[in-house]
Design a protein around this ligand. Structure first.
Ligand code: AKG
Length: 283
């Protein structure tokens, strides 16, 4: 059994990363189940938004020349402990536990940033077939800027998480290479879709089967977004990936960390939280 007492919130100087008002409630979970997504009024603390923006901006400055700011994959594996702070916060893991059960593995994080007047469209897709990881998976979508239809936010098709896997379109060689065949998207998708309009510090969670896409940034504002992804330790389909380090383009493998509960197979490394406080390192 993991000793969760070891977890310390060290989002610089002990800042609490998650807003005290945030709690994943039965009503949230009911909305998630019926609609396939749920948006939270409050999620990050104001200070976590402020510090998160500074971290993202630093990382963007540190990237290899010409490296896309939309493709900063799994930076939690590259020493970004502030991401661990959020990803392993007990309130976040409570949400994840409610969605997928008690034995939780963090397997992917992402910074999907779209600079002003740029950033491509991420086509309609369903996460489960895209990632090829044993279901169920849980995820969070966390904006560090206010987002709306102008600066490249995400949109979902409510209720469509119950329609099974839609026909796929594979496009070799693209960063985002597995989308839904456009003929399977309803012609009135614009009317049916819910576009995420959120303030920085809010967050959303969506079912891995819900069709969703994100638009290019057509505004003069940044869109800085973090995503977090979890699976059950019991899962066997790992969707192995090799990523490119945004700082020097070296390759690294996706790792799978047990962050709560138990690993029946005993094969996974354990990490409880950020390493910046002496007691916080749970490796
Ligand atoms: O934020 C985006 O641009 C797309 C994110 C996405 O597809 C996801 O979080 O599953």
């Amino acid at each position: 059994m993991l000793n969760t007492e070891l977890h310390k919130y060290c989002f610089a100087d002990g800042t609490e990363s998650i807003d005290p008002e945030f709690k994943y409630t039965a009503v949230h979970h009911e909305t998630y189940g019926s609609q396939g997504f749920c948006i939270f009024e409050r999620f990050l603390s104001d200070e976590a938004v402020r510090q998160g923006r500074l971290h993202i901006d630093r990382m963007i400055r540190e990237r290899a020349e010409g490296f896309s700011v939309v493709e900063m994959m799994s930076p939690h594996q590259l020493g970004e402990d502030w991401i661990w702070d959020i990803a392993t916060h007990p309130k976040v893991l409570d949400l994840v536990e409610r969605q997928i059960g008690p034995n939780i593995v963090l397997w992917h994080t992402d910074l999907l940033n779209k600079e002003p007047f740029t950033g491509y469209k991420i086509q309609w897709h369903q996460d489960q077939p895209y990632w090829n990881v044993s279901p169920p998976v849980a995820n969070l979508w966390i904006p560090f800027d206010d987002v709306d239809s102008q600066n490249g936010t995400m949109a979902v098709l409510p209720g469509w998480h119950n329609k099974g896997t839609l026909p796929l379109l594979k496009e070799e060689g693209k960063f985002f290479d597995l989308s839904i065949d456009p003929t399977s998207i309803p012609s009135n998708a614009d009317e049916l879709a819910v576009t995420y309009v959120m303030k920085a510090g809010q967050a959303a969670t969506h079912n891995p089967m819900i069709p969703h896409y994100s638009a290019p940034n057509q505004s003069s504002r940044w869109r800085r977004v973090m995503t977090l992804h979890y699976m059950r330790a019991e899962g066997t389909q790992m969707g192995e990936r090799r990523y490119t380090d945004y700082r020097d383009r070296s390759a690294f493998d996706r790792l799978y960390y047990l962050v709560r509960g138990e690993d029946p197979s005993g094969r996974l490394p354990v990490r409880l939280g950020a390493k910046c406080s002496p007691e916080g390192a749970g490796e």
